[in-house]
Design a binder for this molecule. Structure first.
Ligand code: BTN
Length: 244
């Protein structure tokens, strides 16, 4: 992992470069990092603020020999890796909001965007995009996310070495990915659950079909979110958003 590492000062989105490289046949584990993204992408077509040298903006090209429906497990794995790195490096206590937002003190510090190309029921490649807010101050955090986002610096009052944290994240990810391939998802599931945010609590959940209030129960082996509806029925969700 990271044997091929492409560093851009400025680019639209490292995701787009990741896709281009993947199509051209770049090997598994290729990493694209940018100091600044002019069109950082978040989930649900949202913008992802990626200001110059203030965070980790990177994409990893993966070629797992997995079925497309196992892709969510890799995303959950990435979230646990980020939470682990934040916890061990900074001593802060991160949580993960399903599926893959990493929070500190109820505010989002990191997001993951997984994009995948699948054919004939096999994953051709995945581009795993990781954004971590690191050295923004309250003043330099973009206005529209001030209320809901944070950075490692805001939470710890320390200025962090971004290069160091990239290395740490990649090393950790490689280890976790290899053990996932060898041992499956169970160890990651319990790790993920140890960071889980608002489990047991009632939240508003939005899916493509509806918006409802439900209790968060946990996750399944395949990464789905288990909820308990107000009528007592259990349901597994594969794509949904937990409201703030
Ligand atoms: C989200 O929480 O909505 C996901 C955010 C993902 C942001 C990262 S930054 C690196 C990569 N390039 C992008 O354009 N997006 C992802």
């Amino acid at each position: 992992l990271g044997k091929t590492l492409i560093h851009k000062h400025s680019t639209g989105s490292t995701q787009i470069i990741g896709h281009q490289l993947a199509v051209e046949g770049t090997p598994h584990g290729t990493v694209v990092v940018a100091d600044v993204q002019t069109e950082g992408k978040g989930r649900f077509d949202r913008k992802w603020h990626s200001s110059n040298n203030k965070g980790i903006w990177m994409s990893i090209v993966l070629r797992p020999n997995l079925l497309p429906n196992q892709a969510p497990q890799i995303t959950l794995l990435a979230a646990t890796v980020i939470a682990d790195v934040i916890k061990s490096k900074t001593g802060l206590s991160p949580n993960i909001k399903w599926p893959n937002d990493v929070l500190i003190n109820n505010k989002k510090v990191s997001g993951i965007l997984t994009e995948m190309q699948a054919e004939q029921d096999r994953i051709q490649y995945m581009v795993l995009g990781i954004g971590i807010n690191i050295n923004q101050s309250v003043e330099t955090l973009a206005n529209d996310i001030k209320a809901s986002a944070t950075s490692l610096r805001i939470e710890s009052t320390i200025e962090w070495n971004i290069r160091d944290l990239i290395q740490e994240t990649l090393a950790h990810f490689e280890q976790a990915y290899d053990s996932f391939i060898d041992e499956g998802f169970s160890p990651i599931k319990s790790k993920w659950e140890s960071y889980a945010y608002m489990i047991g609590q009632s939240v508003r959940i939005k899916t493509f079909k509806k918006e409802t209030t439900a209790q968060l129960i946990g996750i399944k082996e395949d990464g789905a979110l288990i909820i308990k509806n107000e009528d007592g029925s259990h349901e597994s969700l594969y794509s949904a958003e937990i409201q703030w």
